[in-house]
Write a protein that binds this ligand. Sequence first.
Ligand SMILES: Nc1ncnc2c1ncn2[C@@H]1O[C@H](COP(=O)(O)OP(=O)(O)O)[C@@H](O)[C@H]1O
Ligand SMILES: [Mg+2]
Length: 231
Amino acid sequence: MTATLTREPQQVGPIAARLNGILARRGIDPAAAAAGESPAEPVTALELADARIPARYRRALAGHPQITAWADEITRAGRPGPGGPGIAEGPSLLIAGPTGTGKTYQAYGAIRTLLARGVRLRWEATTTADLRARLRPRAGHDTERDLKTLARSPLLLLDDLGAAKTSEWTEELTYRLVNHRYELMLPILMTTNLPMEQLRVTLGDRVASRLAEMTERVILDGPNRRRHRPT
Ligand SMILES: Nc1ncnc2c1ncn2[C@@H]1O[C@H](COP(=O)(O)OP(=O)(O)O)[C@@H](O)[C@H]1O
Ligand SMILES: [Mg+2]
């Protein structure tokens, strides 16, 4: 599957720089690509996505059977389209387990698995701590628009759910985000290291009961990979 390059390669910024890196490794001149000349070898959606994935998870593969089964289901339910099936309604996934068991790795692995299968996918990713910072009302910034972008994105990764300090405001924010996706049945990939009872208390009943209905739960209970580095 190919994707059209729409960014200016000269644009300054880490994502543009990584895209240029991908192009250069493939022997493609970024200037020619920007001018609309067709590259010798097409850049795949997976390669483009890798430019947005944090370096630590850029080679992640979803190895857990429940997560690959989820990716199968999303792929099957995809709406047919000219560039491959597009993501449609589908179940959400909550990946729970202690710190360092590979939750974030599996979540990015799930996104990469879908892309590798040719699913046309727009996705957004944020930790809940970053979400709070991103949507904090501030002058000159349209936070409602940011919320809508996250609420309407075909796939949303919410990393470390319940990890940020909660207040009435964050509870309301999470409620609006989750409720919108609940109503439209848009999938959310979530990770948390809180036990379920604690997550319910942290998120509040309204969010927790919606998540319980829309979500399949995967428990990762392996070793803390950060302490067991291979030597
Ligand atoms: N299946 C895996 N194969 C290789 N490395 C992994 C795998 N799962 C996790 N890791 C690595 O282990 C570390 C911890 O994983 P991470 O997903 O950040 O944990 P968590 O989100 O559960 O705290 C990271 O450096 C990650 O890249
Ligand atoms: Mg994590």
